[in-house]
Ligand binder design. Structure first.
Ligand SMILES: [Zn+2]
Length: 287
């Protein structure tokens, strides 16, 4: 891959390079970033990659790349909001579903980019999209941009590859360490190891950050299971991916998110850790 003219962090570059070499650049992509411009720039990059005709894509200089970069390529659609609406409509989605099976005009690929997918795609619209996302027509790419991928249906997330444009340096070392211990506890066969690790949450100033980091560790596990790179810790991510199915990892991420919501409600922290311990273990060991 050629990243000239784009400013992505090394982790993202490495991930996409690896996927490119393995011929596994996903056709259903969710890009999460608090910076919507940054997310859009990755979407533009991927759209150039999809249509470029050079051996090392995107070359940045062929006609296809130019049109893609200028958002003027007939086979790359930016899904806009219907007039006077705050969400995309089911009619739009039906159009896209129909359109996606028609051959591209100008290149060998088609790309549909959905800005602000987490707020603009209702549950109904997302549901209507599932089948297409699971088996996209050949050379068709779907790129969903969002600020918070948790707001998308888990059924969408499980069919797409999620890329987060965020680095771990927003976390304190203590939070990352605390989270790593909890992950080790989840992986351990011994309940007391998890219980002990969860005591870190009794430091209320850190609890929220630790749980957020736990969530990202778990998402790393999911990234690993599709061959992408981990952000925090390759070793933990690898272990998580080997031990748990994606469905279990999604359940654990949801559970962690729930726990995070409970903390500001001044819940008794002992009750919270006991509950969390039981739930993580229930998910780990259920069939
Ligand atoms: Zn090109």
């Amino acid at each position: 891959m050629n990243f000239d003219g784009f400013d992505f962090d090394d982790n993202i570059k490495q991930t996409f390079n690896t996927l490119d070499i393995q011929g596994r650049v996903p056709h259903a992509v969710v890009i999460e970033s608090r910076d919507s411009e940054k997310a859009m720039s990755l979407a533009v990059f991927l759209s150039m990659y999809a249509v470029c005709t050079a051996p090392i894509k995107p070359c940045g200089s062929c006609e296809q790349c130019h049109k893609a970069r200028n958002k003027a390529h007939p086979d790359i659609k930016y899904v806009e909001l219907p007039k006077d609406r705050k969400q995309n409509s089911i009619e739009q989605m039906r159009e896209i579903i129909k359109d996606s099976i028609i051959k591209p005009n100008d290149s060998n690929a088609k790309v549909y980019i959905f800005p602000f997918a987490d707020t603009r795609l209702s549950e109904i619209v997302q549901n209507s999209f599932l089948k297409l996302l699971e088996e996209p027509p050949q050379n068709v790419y779907f790129i969903l941009l969002c600020e918070n991928s948790k707001k998308l249906l888990t059924t969408i997330l499980s069919r797409a590859s999620v890329f987060r444009l965020k680095t771990k340096d927003v976390f304190s070392e203590d939070a990352v360490e605390g989270a790593r211990k909890i992950i080790k506890g989840i992986l351990s066969a011994k309940e007391y190891e998890l219980m002990q690790a969860l005591y870190a949450l009794s430091d209320k100033s850190l609890a929220d950050e630790i749980l957020l980091a736990v969530k990202l560790f778990l998402r790393d596990g999911m990234a690993k299971s599709i061959g992408a790179d981990a952000v925090f810790d390759e070793e933990c991510a690898g272990e998580l991916a080997r031990r748990f199915t994606r469905a279990k990892l999604i359940s654990m991420i949801e559970l962690t998110e729930n726990a995070k919501l409970k903390i500001p409600k001044h819940i008794n922290i002992n009750l919270l850790t006991t509950w969390l311990c039981g739930e993580y273990r229930r998910i780990s060991w259920q069939r």
